[in-house]
Ligand binder design. Structure first.
Ligand code: SAM
Length: 290
């Protein structure tokens, strides 16, 4: 696994400079992060219900696989004062440190780099677990680093996308939006090709394996967390990756988001998984939701 982590480090170093332009100058990245922040705020309020608002802002929060520090800089603007970042790519951390000069960063793989045990209230991560070949050491590490009552919170693309497993299937929405996909997908062809070249033989898509509830469930098994999962946003996840920050694309994104919120989530086939794994104050284990 170490050579894969090293490969990951090299890949992330190579595209760090363009990362914000690819993900955060279009509505899909912005929208996903906003959804995750809403989820995170909700979990912080629920889990730290006895704390005042001022105390919550002082929680010790570690962003793992923090990339260019988008989430950290937003939490900082929201008034959180005890923030830490970690990433295996030194180039990503360099960019994140420029964005957030007062935040401390650690460079290295999350499951092995030295960090204080039992000292974090919240450990979070967006869109990086699917870069890790074996998840269990990551979850075990999160458990060890959390204080009792703290939680690990993540957002990940879900493998139950409308098209991903067996092509056109199941839903009327798929049939309606299939042709649209090919139309908007064409716009992004050059960028996808460039990413494939950048990532070499592995290819862009094979590097990303989207996670299943089952894989996550198995990786959490027996560690001691209480795990909850929610699924989100099939259409946004699938189509909005092709959209950029133009007025027309933002409108299309708004439509997809509306459809997701009002129809797709009710059908239980979201394209994103949100998970929250709480370390109990008194040890016990179990899985809810999903
Ligand atoms: C797709 S980026 C996501 C970045 C950021 N969380 C975001 O949502 O914009 C994945 C990040 O995870 C980092 N990463 C991958 N494997 C890692 C590991 N084992 N330990 C720490 N960071 C890792 C990569 O270097 C990269 O910055």
């Amino acid at each position: 696994m170490e050579h894969l982590t090293e490969l990951e480090r090299q890949i992330q170093n190579r595209w760090a400079d363009g990362y914000d332009a690819i993900f955060y100058e279009r509505p899909v990245g912005i929208g996903n992060l906003r959804d995750f922040r809403e989820y995170l705020d909700r979990k912080i309020t629920q889990r730290f219900v006895d704390c005042t608002v001022a105390e919550r802002k002082q929680l010790r929060i570690l962003d793992t696989g923090c990339g260019t520090g988008q989430l950290l800089s937003q939490l900082k603007s929201d008034g959180f004062t005890n923030l830490y970042g970690l990433d295996v790519s030194e180039k990503m951390v360099q960019i994140a440190s420029q964005k957030c000069p007062t935040i401390s960063f650690t460079i290295g793989p999350f499951d092995s780099v030295p960090l204080p045990i039992g000292q974090f209230d919240v450990i979070m991560g967006t869109e990086w677990l699917h870069h890790v070949p074996i998840l269990r050491p990551v979850f075990q590490r999160a458990y060890d680093l959390l204080a009792p009552g703290g939680f690990f919170c993540a957002m990940e693309p879900h493998n139950d996308w409308l098209f991903q497993q067996v092509g056109l299937r199941q839903s009327v929405m798929t049939l309606l939006f299939g042709p649209l996909l090919h139309f908007v997908g064409f716009k992004n062809r050059n960028k996808i090709q460039a990413l494939s070249e950048l990532e070499g033989d592995r290819g862009y898509t094979s590097w990303h394996r989207h996670l299943s509830v089952r894989e996550l469930r198995e990786a959490f098994e027996g560690i001691g967390f209480e795990v909850e999962m929610e699924r989100r946003h099939t259409l946004v996840t699938y189509f909005a990756g092709q959209l950029f920050n133009s007025r027309a694309d933002r409108m299309l994104y708004g439509l997809l988001r509306w459809l997701d919120r009002n129809m797709i989530d009710h059908m239980g086939r979201g394209g994103y998984l949100f998970l929250c794994a709480t370390k109990p104050r008194h040890p016990r284990s179990g899985i809810r939701g999903a």
